[in-house]
Ligand binder design. Structure first.
Ligand SMILES: [Zn+2]
Length: 435
């Protein structure tokens, strides 16, 4: 009896409780901001959130007074690639635990406390994720599809990591293998890179989607063309990780997507913008918020007139702004039709920097015509729902206390997501870009 009491006492004493008080709450569910809020967190989870006047703060809690600040859920980037890029070079052999953790720390520093990786991970990722899920991580939480699926000889991914398939049977076997490793969802590329490569045939995309569903997983696709979006919607795809960029989407597709529950996982507007931004001196090169996440060598190259000239003289260059404008217009149509969408950047590959890109994405979503509240919801509660992630994305009881403290209201101006004062993951402050 005495021993039992002593044990109970010991575990109660070792619980770590913090009370975060007097902030304006934006809880990630999409509603209005609530001034004078408080949140009580024990061992990394929210145990209570509500009006500061009603908070019953345990006597042993560490109190963090956030008067004048705004608190949002940690942001979620629904389309990234991790660990494969060094400066402006992407290579299979860069994928080491050290590089993976470096990138996850960068995302976290920018308030992106969770990321969804789209098909460029080696198996090492599953041990990193296992470790995260067994503890309270200090860098961004990861969701992964493992290796993505590409058509043999076709477009997509990082050579040496992605799995090329030539037949429906091979495709189904690869999906089963990723599912057995513990993939959170399945990712495949369906594109011909502007008619320069063979496109994955319909029988193979159907086999991938069916095998994903047989394994209880969602299937997400890289697409470019309207006709492919149509066919994949018919085939039962769960979501698109890019916008349609060759044509305007029409009411028929919007209707079909809605009827089938197909979502826009990511519109990757910042990716489309980054494709041509560095054909000249891009304004962000002078922005400390951008420079903080970017290596000196990357900055030097992006700022080099020779490289800018090389980028802007590519034959496809004049088309790129058109793809960007169409991605924005199509994104706005989806949003107006009430289809769910996430904030995803396709960051990670050369020139599409971790962390900064997510803030740029939210800015561009607003430029495309949605409200700051919609953009913020896409990067928090909306993103979690799309990923099927139960315990992140909103600041509610029992969820992980992953949150960003801001100096100004992001619902007034989406650029205020950059005014980061602190970032918390599982109730602990992590290194961030805060001054
Ligand atoms: Zn991607």
């Amino acid at each position: 009896m005495g021993a039992a009491l002593a044990l109970t006492g010991a575990s109660a004493a070792s619980a770590e409780t913090i009370a975060v008080t007097n902030f304006t709450l934006i809880d990630g569910r999409g509603g209005a901001a609530v001034p004078n809020s408080s949140m009580i967190i024990t061992d990394g989870r929210i145990i209570w959130v509500g009006p500061a006047s009603q908070a019953r703060t345990p006597p042993d809690a560490v109190v963090v007074d956030l008067t004048g600040k705004f608190v949002t859920p940690g942001f979620i980037d629904t389309h990234i690639h991790l660990g494969n890029t060094h400066d402006l070079v992407q290579k299979e052999e860069f994928f080491t635990r050290e590089n993976v953790e470096k990138d996850l720390s960068t995302y976290a520093a920018y308030g992106f406390t969770s990321v969804a990786i789209m098909g460029t991970d080696k198996d090492l990722i599953f041990s990193v994720r296992k470790q995260q899920r067994a503890s309270r991580p200090t860098m961004a939480r990861l969701y992964t599809s493992g290796q993505g699926i590409v058509f043999h000889g076709g477009y997509g991914g990082v050579p040496g990591i992605n799995t090329p398939v030539a037949t429906p049977r091979e495709a189904a076997a690869v999906v089963d293998a990723q599912a057995a490793k513990g993939a959170d969802y399945i990712k495949f590329w369906l594109d011909d890179e502007l008619h320069s490569m063979p496109k994955m045939p319909p029988q193979i995309s159907q086999a991938v989607i069916d095998a994903a569903h047989r394994n209880g997983l969602k299937a997400f696709a890289h697409i470019f063309y309207l006709e492919d979006a149509r066919r994949l919607t018919d085939q039962g795809i769960d979501g698109f990780v890019h916008s349609v960029r060759d044509a305007d989407i029409d009411p028929a597709l919007l209707r079909d997507m809605k009827a089938k529950g197909t979502v826009q996982v990511a519109a990757t507007l910042s990716r489309e913008a980054a494709m041509f931004a560095y054909g000249r001196h891009a304004p962000q090169l002078d922005d400390p918020f951008f420079r903080q996440s970017t290596s000196p060598e990357t900055l030097r190259q992006l700022d080099s007139p020779e490289r800018q000239k090389q980028v802007s003289s590519a034959p496809v260059f004049p088309e790129l702004p058109k793809f960007f404008e169409r991605a924005k217009a199509n994104f706005k149509k989806l949003a107006d039709a009430g289809l769910p969408f996430g904030a995803g950047t396709d960051s990670g590959p050369p020139g599409r920097v971790a962390g900064y890109s997510g803030h740029w994405e939210m800015e561009l979503m607003v430029a495309a015509g949605v409200t700051p509240a919609q953009a913020l919801h896409a990067a928090t509660g909306g993103a979690a729902k799309i990923l099927g992630a139960q315990d992140i994305g909103t600041l509610e009881r029992a969820k992980w206390a992953d949150f960003v403290v801001l100096d100004a209201d992001p619902l007034q101006n989406i650029l205020n997501t950059r005014k980061i004062s602190a970032v918390y993951i599982a109730g602990r402050r992590v290194p961030s870009v805060a001054p």
